[in-house]
Design a protein around this ligand. Sequence first.
Ligand code: HEC
Length: 144
Amino acid sequence: MKKTLALTILFAAFASCSSSDTYEDIETPTTPPVVVTPPVTNPGTETPPVVTPTPTEPVATTYTANAKSIIDANCIGCHQSGRSASFRPLTTYAQVKEAVENAGLLNRIQLQSGQQGIMPQAGRMSQTNIDILVKWNTDGLKEN
Ligand code: HEC
């Protein structure tokens, strides 16, 4: 029974509230609350500033990852046993490294096409390939 009483009081309170609301509603148009569409930003979706982490130090150019495929594609047709330049095989890391250090490999590939001693003999490779081999040397002629 106490509950019923309490509810009745509550209801009465609401009723009086809403009656005064109703009074105000007559003065103001009922539409404004509907225009709740938030403006431009989506709350909660604010994208954090684009964090561009400083990239980790540039990866060193290595024989296995970079140089070998260039040598294989452009040089070992002659520079391996049984071929015209078998005296200077270029099929292993040790051989190619040695040729850079002691046989002027980098000088040969940077000559101009048609120049005496240019390697490959048929003509200069792409500058991209040349740059990779030069950088391999700059990076310390690492195997891996
Ligand atoms: C068509 C065959 C052929 C191709 C392809 C070729 N070479 Fe040669 N290479 C030779 C011959 C033959 C010689 C020896 C004559 C000379 O020294 O010019 C030689 C010499 C060299 C020498 C000097 C070796 C020494 O001990 O003095 C180097 C270094 C060399 N080549 C590197 C290369 C590289 C690097 C490539 C690939 C980018 C390459 N060659 C592609 C035929 C070739």
